[in-house]
Design a binder for this molecule. Structure first.
Ligand code: FE2
Length: 415
């Protein structure tokens, strides 16, 4: 295969041919008319007027916990806290082979839906860091399907977990792509602040990206985002820093948020919202009305900040569903965030493509331009709006010029 014809491209009118050589795009040519493609010739994929996009990007998932729901017991209440209890039971059974096999199976689920870039958090509050070592091996082994970024994620804290700082430093020495944190989970506010400064120092010193689980709570007093944003601003690291979840922002009062947004814009950091996981786990201390428990996605977006959507979990103790389909998450996120206005619908895919690619700092490794990798996904409809409305799918995923996944479009047969 070395070209796609009759492709629609986002933000451009008409039909296009995209050509590549040795896995690199060498031309994106407008077509005067639709090109007839008689029979499949092995070199040409006929997009048939459907949308061709760069790959979907999954910016936040926990591959180390994926596919463990119900082992040994199900989370009956569905709460975050019972999830932590169930995970403690499952964690005791984790082996290197178990971690790697679940991660590979989950990556295939993601790749089957047109995802080729993935950022996974891996729990490093584990003496010996065997799970992290296993995931770094997966990063190499899965290159045929995805580019995997690994984040050192201190699930049980940095300051309040014994040896937490040393484990984070060791994880960086082992080669993680990004440094994580969980300041709202530390025992005290002071520890949370100290953890942010520690992890930013570590990332800056070793030239790593940053992705912090930040204020993942309904507590309106959880205000570590301002600490992270200020640290990013002062160090000039904003584009390399991501604040994940920030669900407390959904509970902040508007006066505080107004001041906070000024800082966020100065810092220029990235945001990840996990809408299905947050609507499921947050709001659990409310009676009625119940909060949605999401960060302020449309407000961040309209303020010019970079926001994207992510799955967070697939079939784990915190979230029992999920099948790798990021377009399902986009659908849910736009509903929950009141983003079904006309303009939002025309550019809906931004939140699972370009915005997520920016979060992962993919730069010129991403996009349909000459000189970039021939990583392309054919969708089942001709526009963002139609993909969303029809609950569309990735019909083909091309990686470095090679088709790695094909899916047959479903058809209705009338009696
Ligand atoms: Fe997470």
């Amino acid at each position: 295969m070395n070209r796609i014809v009759n492709a629609r491209l986002r933000r451009r009118q008409g039909l296009f041919t995209v050509r590549w050589t040795a896995g690199v795009i060498d031309a994106v040519e407008p077509q005067a008319d639709a090109l007839p493609v008689a029979a499949p010739d092995g070199d040409t994929l006929d997009a048939g007027g459907r949308l061709v996009i760069p790959p979907l990007v999954e910016p936040h998932i926990h591959l180390d916990a994926a596919l463990t729901a119900g082992q040994p017991r199900w989370n009956l209440s569905g709460t975050l806290f019972e999830g932590i209890e169930r995970w403690a039971e499952r964690k005791a059974l984790v082996t290197r082979d178990d971690t790697k096999s679940r991660a590979h199976r989950t990556i295939r689920m993601l790749a089957a839906h047109g995802i080729q870039h993935v950022r996974t958090h891996v729990d490093v509050t584990e003496p010996g860091l065997a799970t992290l070592q296993a995931m770094l091996e997966v990063r190499d082994e899965a290159r045929e399907l995805v580019d995997l970024q690994v984040v050192a994620f201190p699930q049980e804290g940095i300051e309040s977990f014994p040896g937490g700082r040393a484990l984070m430093a060791e994880a960086v020495a082992m080669g993680v792509d990004a440094v994580g944190g969980i300041p709202h989970f530390e025992n005290t506010r002071d520890q949370g602040v100290a953890s942010v400064h520690f992890l930013m120092d570590l990332a800056e010193r070793h030239d790593r990206l940053v992705d912090v689980h930040c204020d993942e709570t309904d507590d309106p007093q959880s205000r570590f985002l301002e600490v992270l944003a200020e640290a990013a601003r002062v160090r000039g690291m904003g584009p390399r820093v991501t604040a994940s979840h920030t669900t407390a922002m959904g509970s902040y009062d508007n006066a505080y948020c107004s001041k906070l947004f000024r800082l966020l814009k100065q810092a220029g950091l990235n945001f990840v919202s996990c809408p299905t996981e947050s609507i499921h786990l947050q709001g659990r201390f409310d009676t009625y009305p119940k909060r949605r428990g999401l960060t302020r996605v449309p407000e961040l977006d309209r303020a010019g900040l970079n926001v994207c959507f992510a799955q967070d979990s697939i079939v784990d103790p915190w979230y029992p569903l999920g099948n790798g389909n990021l377009l399902r998450i986009l659908d849910a996120g736009l509903h929950i965030c009141h983003m079904l206005g006309y303009d939002d619908l025309q550019r809906a895919l931004d939140f699972v493509t370009d915005h997520a690619a920016r979060t992962l700092a993919l730069g010129e490794r991403y996009g349909i331009e000459p000189g970039r990798p021939a990583n392309l996904v054919l969708l089942s409809a001709d526009s963002d709006y139609e993909v969303l409305r029809t609950q569309g799918h990735a019909l083909a995923s091309i990686r470095h010029g090679r088709v790695v996944v094909r899916r047959t479009a479903s058809e209705v047969q009338w009696g």
